[in-house]
Write a protein that binds this ligand. Structure first.
Ligand code: DNO
Length: 394
């Protein structure tokens, strides 16, 4: 597997010389300052690529080429947006960046309620608390039908939490929920969130699924023509948030997406932490089922709790059997190698990491500290090398 490291571009507090020292082979980056729906111009892509290469690294994956909200909602001038997306893919292909990750989560990206929950070995971790989410949703946002999204037990705990907490506490929860949105994206207050949620009233899974299929049919043929492998990132968490449908959460969802346009270029980002938060998802099985279409892997782990909450654990210690998962990915690589498929190697990155040691002083993106991720990468690298040796892949 090719090791990679997410770099948020020149504004990232971690610079390329530091990434080089992690031993990673490549970086995963995006032109975050370009607005959603606009074309990524060739010179900008070339500039970013040159920057990465000057540091002795390669740009292996685009994460993400974002899908405009109007495409997800199926409204507005979608043909303009599809054309722009296609043009960006062509420009990326001209620069030799051949893998593009994207997601199809409406409104929000990854969502947590707590960005600094104490981790079991010290330091802090990202956490999703069902009770905190429900307390905010039901009692602060006061979303119609919010109660239907949570169990009786969660609602009871949420009410208690609401009674003993002040406005400041919930302001922080909302800020945390928004933390997964890319930098250039608007943050909402409770009032503006309430307003924007009106766009999704009556919008159901089937609508989103159809809009997703439409996106794939519009975009994948261009990806095939220019040799780009697209890979959808699963929903995180893999269930509806604020009643807004999510459709890349389970094995069935992924089958639907991959079968919609059954070609190699319509692929998957296997994100073990996102999929692993769902009580019914067997991540190792999901990886085996779709192994041929996995182009990129986000390796991290979670510990689930009975009420649906989860916390990010260290990379080898959570509910996902990371050793088995890496074995699936390496076996797939071996298959590709024997079949002589070009670029057979799967690219992975240590996804997220605990904030440990001096990480807190750096003020990096939530979930993306230097030392915590480096620890994760080193652990994953060790497992991978051991299995490679076993499979005779070294
Ligand atoms: C979170 C990331 C996601 C991912 C996007 C891909 O840490 O894995 O934000 O980049 O969902 O489009």
């Amino acid at each position: 597997m090719i090791e990679s490291w997410r770099w948020f571009g020149p504004l990232d507090k971690i610079d390329l010389t530091e990434i080089y020292q992690t031993g990673s082979d490549s970086v995963v980056t995006a032109l975050h300052d370009i607005s959603y729906g606009e074309i990524w111009p060739l010179p900008e892509i070339e500039k970013r690529k040159a920057m990465v290469e000057a540091a002795g690294l390669t740009w292996s994956v685009v994460e993400s080429l974002p899908v405009h909200e109007d495409i997800k909602l199926g409204r507005g001038n979608t043909s303009y947006l599809f054309n722009n997306y296609r043009k960006s893919l062509e420009n990326l292909a001209k620069c030799g960046v051949g893998i593009v990750c994207y997601n199809f989560m409406p409104l929000l990206d990854w969502t947590r309620t707590n960005l600094d929950a104490p981790a079991d070995t010290g330091g802090s971790a990202l956490r999703f608390s069902m009770a905190e989410m429900a307390a905010f949703d039901v009692f602060v946002l006061k979303r119609k039908e919010a109660k239907e999204s949570y169990s009786e037990e969660v609602l009871k705990n949420a009410e208690e939490l609401f009674k003993k907490s002040d406005q400041k506490y919930f302001d922080k929860i909302l800020r945390n929920i928004m933390a997964g949105l890319p930098g250039s994206y608007a943050r909402y207050s409770t009032e503006t969130l309430r307003e924007v949620l009106k766009n999704y009233e009556g919008f159901i899974h089937e609508d989103l699924r159809m809009n997703y299929q439409n996106f794939l049919r519009e975009i994948i043929p261009t990806a095939t023509d220019c040799g780009i492998r697209m890979c959808v990132h699963p929903d995180d968490p893999p269930w509806d948030v604020f009643g807004i449908p999510r459709v890349v959460s389970t094995k069935e969802d992924i089958s639907f997406a991959l079968d919609s346009v059954p070609v190699l270029e319509n692929g998957l980002t296997l994100c073990s932490g996102s999929l692993g938060a769902h009580p019914n998802n067997d991540v190792v099985k999901i990886a085996s089922s779709f192994s041929e279409r996995i182009h990129f892997a986000h390796l991290r782990n979670v510990k689930k709790e009975p009420d649906g909450s989860f916390q990010e654990s260290s990379h080898l210690k959570g509910d996902v059997n990371m050793v088995e998962l890496i074995k699936v990915l390496l076996k797939e690589e071996k298959k590709r190698k024997l079949a002589d498929v070009n670029s057979h190697e799967i690219i992975f990155r240590p996804d997220h990491g605990h904030e440990i040691l001096s990480d807190g002083e750096r003020n990096t993106h939530p979930g993306y500290p230097l030392l915590g991720r480096m620890k994760g990468l080193a652990e994953l690298r060790g497992v991978s090398k051991a299995i490679q040796n076993e499979l005779d892949l070294l």
